[in-house]
Unconditional design. Structure first.
Length: 229
């Protein structure tokens, strides 16, 4: 796989609470230089990133309900609406993990479907929705259930983790998720991916997107920057 081919898998990510404007501007500059798929940032930086990325081949992604997923569905929908209005074309939302572990499948499905409806609203360009299931906090059966619920709700991707609350992506989890959702739905591996070999292993296991703050290092061989989720 060439550097450019690998770069198109990468969501260049900075979600740390202490991220500065200068760091966000550098994130966008790097994304444009290396032609990453997206930048993924917190909502407060959405408008700035949309302006910086205008007319480039890099899309804006925004995290919703991040990092706990424990806000209400309406709150997640409102965040998604603000993000899309700011220019986001991809939304990464965290499921309600406690509800999933409580066996409240309908609640979790409806929570995801609410954000799906915001991403598909008429008279607006569609935004892709990635659903973070936080694998490190789930049993294998809960992972399977979360993937099925995200698929039933109409999401575009399932995503391994936030990189904040638990262990990050593993090849085993990516393979499990791909087996559950089949070939049509996206699978995003995120959390702890710092080296090219890790990224390629995730892709081989079935990932169609890689979330990382070390995108430059992965595609260029440069030293990895500090972790940014």
């Amino acid at each position: 796989m060439t550097d450019l081919e690998l770069a198109r898998y990468i969501d260049h990510t900075l979600l740390k609470p202490d991220a500065t404007r200068a760091q966000i501007e550098r994130l966008c500059a790097e994304a444009m230089q290396y032609h990453f798929a997206t930048v993924c940032v917190n909502l407060c930086w959405g408008r700035l990133c949309a302006d910086l990325l205008d007319k480039s081949d890099v899309k804006l992604g925004v995290a919703v309900g991040f990092p706990l997923g424990a806000t209400t569905t309406l709150a997640k929908m409102f965040e998604a609406e603000q993000a899309i209005d700011a220019g986001a074309r991809e939304i990464d939302m965290v499921i309600n993990i406690g509800a999933l572990k409580s066996g409240l499948a309908d609640f979790v499905r409806d929570d995801i479907a609410g954000v799906v409806s915001t991403c598909r609203r008429k008279k607006r360009r569609d935004a892709l929705l990635k659903v973070i299931i936080e694998c490190g906090l789930l049993t294998d059966e809960e992972k399977r259930l979360a993937c099925r619920l995200a698929q039933e709700a109409g999401a575009d991707f399932v995503k391994t983790s936030t990189g904040v609350n638990s262990t990050g992506a593993t090849v085993e989890d990516v393979r499990l998720m791909r087996e559950v959702v089949g070939p049509e739905m996206g699978v995003k591996a995120a959390g702890g991916i710092r080296m090219r070999e890790q990224a390629l292993a995730m892709i081989e296991a079935g990932a169609t997107r890689i979330g990382t703050s070390a995108g430059v290092a992965i595609v260029s061989g440069a030293a990895a920057t500090p972790a940014g989720y």
